[in-house]
Design a protein around this ligand. Structure first.
Ligand code: DGL
Length: 294
């Protein structure tokens, strides 16, 4: 299971967050909405604040310091909005900066990691593919996952160049996207893979396009449900579950760009009709006027 928490010891937080406070969820962009979907299904009474850092997506081709800087700035911003816990719904940000953010933020933190362990457990052919960002694949944390859990299973690691950008423009099925996916997946099939780890939270939105190419030859590993369950456990450990009965609230959506694609994707794929508020969340590396070039 790839979700992680403060375990093994339960840290006590004294920041004073109340159980009825919202959960903060953040991603470089729209991918974390696949985690939000699972969290809403698992914890329907919890209020959620979601930040998409779409102005700076994709993170996967940024340097490590940039990713850490943005992750910390957005975590602090969400805390400032009253978040009682933070879900870093981004494999890339988790891989690069979860340790730093955990040190700095006095609220429970859940990160996401590619599902190497479940893939190694379930692959019969002992060959599995991993699609993730370049930054995730090069991280020490990901290499550690392979060392710990791959066992005798061979993992074919493929950077998903272009896939995050496609989802960010709400493209989950164009001919260009399918051709790109085919170029990543066919070599895995040729090598005998029977399992595919979706190592980026944007990729579950491509599941239909992936299925069209691979049929049922690859079992898809998406860890969003495991993350939602882990979040539930962590909230309970800290006495931070909201009282039941509040009912399904609409999440509050924020974006660092105009939020139009976020609104469109949430409506079409999650059936959530909610406005998106544009916010400015400066960080050390983005405070200047030419922040896009940072
Ligand atoms: N959803 C992010 C992840 O899980 C995408 C990272 C990016 O922006 O490249 O890694």
């Amino acid at each position: 299971m790839s979700a992680q928490s403060q375990s093994p010891t339960v840290r006590t937080f004294t920041a004073g967050a109340a159980p009825q406070a919202p959960i903060g969820i953040f991603d470089s962009g729209l991918g974390g909405l696949s985690v939000l979907r699972a969290v809403r299904a698992q914890l329907p009474d919890e209020a959620i604040l979601y930040v998409a850092d779409s102005l700076y997506a994709p993170y996967g081709e940024r340097d490590d310091d940039f990713i850490a800087d943005r992750t910390l700035a957005i975590g602090e911003w969400l805390m400032g909005q009253g978040a009682k816990a933070l879900v870093v719904a981004c494999n890339t940000a988790t891989a690069q900066s979860i340790a730093l953010v955990r040190e700095k933020l006095p609220i429970p933190l859940i990160g996401v990691e590619p599902g190497i362990k479940p893939a190694a457990l379930q692959s019969k052919s002992r060959v599995a593919g991993v699609l993730a960002t370049q930054a995730t694949l090069r991280s020490a944390r990901f290499q550690g996952l392979l060392e710990r859990y791959a066992a005798d299973c061979r993992f074919l690691c493929q950077p998903g160049h272009g896939l995050v950008q496609a989802v960010e423009r709400c493209d989950v099925g164009s001919a260009e996207l399918r051709a790109l996916l085919r170029s990543y997946l066919e070599p895995m099939l040729d090598a005998g893979a029977d399992t595919l780890v979706l190592g980026c939270t944007h990729y579950p939105f491509l599941d239909a396009a992936i299925r069209d190419i691979v049929g049922d030859r690859l079992a898809l590993i998406d860890t969003s449900v495991a993350i939602a369950r882990q979040l539930e456990r962590v909230l309970a450990q800290h006495g931070l579950r909201t009282a039941p009965g509040a009912g399904a609230l609409l999440p509050r959506f924020y974006s660092t760009d105009d939020g139009l694609h976020q609104q469109q994707l949430a409506a079409s794929l999650l059936r959530i009709e909610a406005a998106v508020e544009q916010v400015r969340i400066p960080s050390r590396r983005t405070a200047g006027p030419d922040s896009r070039a940072a």
